[in-house]
Write a protein that binds this ligand. Structure first.
Ligand SMILES: Nc1nc2c(ncn2[C@@H]2O[C@H](COP(=O)(O)OP(=O)(O)OP(=O)(O)O)[C@@H](O)[C@H]2O)c(=O)[nH]1
Ligand SMILES: [Mg+2]
Length: 437
């Protein structure tokens, strides 16, 4: 029987450095593109980086570079070109014609990986939406391209070019599909919202971070779960939540979620809105960082940018510097010192080798004791000193007086230490009354 073996695509990576980034920094974005390519199961055969102030509108890179690539494509039997940026439809078309290769841009590559890794119904729907939206935006560009050549939308008579009509039909078709999918995703969001609401009596801690930082490994260690861990980008696409007993007293809900990346395609951020809700609604974020990556501070910035985009940049954050087993040499020691100075709210761990967890737990417990939340206290009218203590130490959100019981009903923004103190004073007072009666 003939063996069917899937032929692995052979790819060249192509990048254009407009001079905004230093050479080494730019190289690292191409390293990341290489990691993405491998994650997508293609073999990287070579890379071409050109420094050019502005991309060539027709071919993205310059003519000379294209000629070089055309020659090498033949010699190295390459069938795919992967670009470090997004291309315009016209650029993609021109380069494909010149090189006879499949053309993949950065967003398409990421979308492909997402499509490969999507397992649950929700993730599949979200990725389908992202794909449709990306195609739609490409068609829109094409449409604008056409209308520019032809003199603008609505400026011509009823006869339209076949290409243009087809594009418009496709656009409508895609738009229809997009709205159907959006509705289905919203329905699904409602279901998960109910689940989330049920969990609100506990504090929610979400694990965030760059893709491949070790978020799932950390989650598995903390929860004794067996979520998928792999040296791949975007191994996790769904969020998973578990209740965890941190010590005898403290229980929190902890959530593992999708990783972020530099230049995360915008369509993905919007499509994965419901998955990212776990992040926007968390009380505390554990920002996991791969401390062994020389670029880790740039990654932290990228993650913080995505957090801003999803309006989660006001959350309390603990930085978890992971993979510290890989930075045990002297330069690693300096790096640790430097990071500790820049990120005081941080801890170094190795999720793989189980070191540093107690410190993570302690930090989370400390945080929980400090965090503000709302609680209602009923303070007897004869405890006037306690009422003024609360007025001074905590924010009173609402207050009323219960005439029947002669009690102040105070809804107060407090933290757990303060709340415990108030509760104790009320209990002591009750006990005193009981003894005196
Ligand atoms: N050396 C070392 N490797 C680690 C450590 N933690 C995780 N890894 C490895 O890093 C890779 C990524 O781990 P994951 O837990 O899947 O990372 P993630 O952040 O969940 O990644 P995505 O879900 O893809 O965003 C795996 O190969 C892990 O074995 C660590 O402390 N030390
Ligand atoms: Mg993961």
């Amino acid at each position: 029987m003939e063996q069917t073996k899937k032929v692995r695509q052979r790819a060249f990576l192509v990048g254009l450095n407009t001079g905004k980034e230093k050479k080494e920094e730019y190289e690292r974005t191409v390293d990341e593109l290489e990691h993405l390519t491998k994650t997508a199961n293609a073999k990287v055969v070579g890379r071409y980086i050109q420094t050019l102030k502005k991309p060539n509108p027709k071919t993205y890179i310059g003519k000379g570079k294209i000629t070089e690539i055309i020659e090498d494509v033949d010699e190295y039997q390459v069938d795919t070109l992967i670009f470090n940026d997004d291309l315009t439809p016209a650029q993609a078309k021109n380069i494909a014609e010149l090189t006879k290769c499949s053309i993949v841009d950065r967003t398409e590559l990421i979308l492909d990986i997402f499509a490969m890794h999507a397992k649950t119904k929700a993730a599949k729907m979200q990725i389908e939406l992202a794909l449709l939206e990306y195609n739609y935006s490409k068609l829109r560009n094409l449409w604008q391209h056409f209308s520019r050549i032809e003199g603008g939308i609505g400026t011509r008579g009823p006869v339209r070019g076949p290409g243009e009509t087809q594009i418009e039909l496709d656009r409508r078709e895609i738009q229809k599909k997009i709205s159907v999918l959006k509705k289905r995703i919203t329905d699904l969001e409602k279901v998960s919202e109910v689940k989330r609401k049920k969990r609100t009596k506990f504090q929610n801690v979400a694990i965030v971070g760059y893709t491949n930082a070790g978020k799932s490994t950390l989650f598995n260690r903390i929860t004794k779960e067996k979520l998928y861990v792999a040296d791949q980008l975007f191994a996790t696409l769904d969020s998973t939540s578990r209740a965890v007993q941190l010590n005898t007293r403290e229980k929190v809900i902890i959530t593992d979620t999708i990783g972020f990346i530099r230049k995360l395609p915008h369509t993905l951020v919007t499509s994965f809105h419901s998955t990212l809700l776990e992040v926007t609604e968390a009380d505390l974020l554990l920002h996991v960082v791969d401390a062994s990556d020389p670029d880790c501070e740039a990654y932290i910035e990228s993650v913080n940018e995505v957090l801003k985009e999803i309006e989660a940049d006001d959350k309390d954050v603990l930085y978890i510097f992971n993979k510290s087993d890989l930075i045990e040499d002297l330069s690693g020691k300096f790096l640790k010192k430097k990071l500790q100075m820049s990120y005081p709210n941080s801890v170094f761990i190795s999720a793989k080798y189980d070191t540093g967890f107690q410190k993570v737990f302690d930090l989370v417990i400390d945080y929980l004791n400090q965090v503000k939340y709302q609680e209602v206290f009923r303070v007897p009218d004869d405890m006037k000193r306690l009422v003024s203590f609360i007025e001074k130490e905590a924010d009173i959100v609402e207050r009323e007086f219960d005439n029947q019981k002669q009690e102040h009903v105070l809804k107060v923004k407090t933290n757990r230490d303060l709340a415990a103190n108030i509760r104790k004073q009320i209990a002591d007072n009750k006990q005193m009354k009981y003894i005196n009666e």
